[in-house]
Design a binder for this molecule. Structure first.
Ligand SMILES: Cc1cc2nc3c(=O)[nH]c(=O)nc-3n(C[C@H](O)[C@H](O)[C@H](O)COP(=O)(O)OP(=O)(O)OC[C@H]3O[C@@H](n4cnc5c(N)ncnc54)[C@H](O)[C@@H]3O)c2cc1C
Length: 389
């Protein structure tokens, strides 16, 4: 027997969970269909950085609104916990990018973000264990940090369920059903579901899911290795950092560990279901070689563990939010290895676009799907080039 809903979300990662939260809050009878379990995809492997520095104002705004309306006061806004820890955030820029760093920080300050340019000497004062010889300036965000992506997803889902949403796990969508050119629902391994709104939030699988409706989304998979290192006992305070000079990002993980990963070496185009717990051969050696250039005490740390995650990435490394071209079938995918921190505001904005005809929370129209067919890929106002090399 067909089950009938007002809206169906395909995928219970953080994006699907945010969409479910916002749809259910608006009173829609919502089903989230997940082929495995919640947070089984990219979300469960995410590094969870919540920083606001981007080279595109629309992305900075998505993170800022996600921070101030959600992560900072999660319990009041959503209920439950998102595990947000305020560590501060540093964006370390290459010398030749100084004018871009300044331009981006000026844009972010206009949005209302608490960020400023600080000199290498000021970085050293704040974080004395850092070597600061090979850059002149960084952007510093005292309010940023990291959160727990699985906790975030599950508390969005719990809140959605309190508003009547159904989370149906071990339920793989196998067909998108249409009639007269509009979406009418989906077929799954657990039967048929009807709804006038269907949203593809299937992460690394979103290309396959879109193809069920004969839509070709320019997505490939991006496979990313992440290490947890034991924190050297003598290491002082460190913030969350994206370091474009040594091509790494890192942050504390509680008091005993450091999470660290590279900006390059991520594999592209692996099948979404490929075995995903084997890092590349050179990952760890390269990571440590790079990190000791910034923090020599990393030599004293040991490896705790390595994990591997996989997201969908688009040609301009920016998300796709909006209509698929088929009435009633929407895309919330291609989050390109940076979509955790933006998911609360992106979910709110896409729900407004679907229900009200236009987004109010943040203008997500730059992320429309049509940009690829039009050859108008997104470029940052003060673009650094692709984050993932
Ligand atoms: C290792 C790693 C580190 C990252 N670090 C950060 C970070 O520090 N900060 C940040 O902001 N972002 C980060 N990201 C990116 C961010 O985590 C992702 O963009 C985000 O989690 C994607 O969420 P999602 O819901 O779109 O996809 P996913 O979490 O992948 O969820 C998609 C879900 O869809 C389900 N699904 C697939 N096909 C079907 C089907 N046919 N039927 C039903 N269900 C289906 C899958 O099982 C999966 O659970 C990182 C990503 C990775 C991989």
């Amino acid at each position: 027997m067909t089950q009938t809903y007002d809206a169906i979300i395909i995928g219970a990662g953080v994006m699907g969970a945010s969409l479910a939260f916002h749809l259910a809050e608006r009173g829609l009878k919502t089903a989230i269909l997940e082929r495995r379990v919640s947070a089984a995809g990219a979300t469960g492997h995410s590094s969870g950085l919540v920083r606001m520095h981007y080279d595109l104002a629309a992305e900075s705004e998505l993170t800022f609104v996600s921070y101030k309306n959600y992560f900072r006061d999660w319990k009041e806004r959503v209920g439950g916990d998102c595990g947000f820890i305020n560590t501060g955030f540093l964006q370390i820029a290459k010398r030749e990018h100084e004018h871009k760093l300044r331009g981006n920080v000026a844009n972010q300050q206009q949005i209302g973000i608490n960020t400023s340019i600080i000199s290498a000497a000021e970085v050293k004062e704040l974080f004395p264990d850092f070597i600061t010889d090979h850059f002149d300036y960084a952007a510093y965000e005292p309010d940023s940090g990291y959160a727990d992506p699985t906790l975030t997803t599950n508390s969005f889902l719990e809140a959605a369920k309190r508003n009547g949403a159904a989370l149906i796990q071990n339920c793989e969508v196998t067909a998108i059903n249409t009639s007269g050119g509009r979406a009418t629902g989906v077929s799954t391994t657990r039967g048929d579901f009807a709804a006038p709104v269907v949203i593809n939030a299937a992460g690394a699988w979103a290309k396959q899911v879109a193809s069920l409706a004969d839509i070709d989304v320019p997505l490939e998979t991006w496979t990313h290795d992440v290490a947890f290192l034991h924190r050297p006992p003598s290491l002082g305070r460190i913030p969350a950092v994206i370091d474009d000079v040594i091509n790494c990002y890192f942050r504390p993980e509680g008091s005993a560990l450091i999470l660290a990963a590279g900006e390059d070496e991520s594999l592209r185009g692996e099948p979404p279901d490929a075995e995903d717990q084997t890092p590349t051969d050179t990952f760890l050696e390269k990571l440590i070689d790079n990190m000791v250039q910034r923090i020599p005490k990393i030599e004293e740390s040991g490896l705790h563990s390595i994990h591997v995650g996989r997201d969908g990435i688009t040609p301009d490394q920016r998300a796709i939010y909006g209509s698929s071209g088929i009435d009633g079938f929407y895309l919330a995918c291609g989050l390109s290895g940076t979509g955790f921190k933006t998911s609360p505001a992106a979910g709110a904005s896409l729900v407004e676009l679907i229900l009200d005809g236009a987004p109010k929370t943040v203008d997500i129209t730059p992320f429309r799907f049509e940009r690829f067919a039009e050859g108008k890929l997104i470029e940052g106002e003060y673009g650094y080039g692709h984050l993932w090399k």
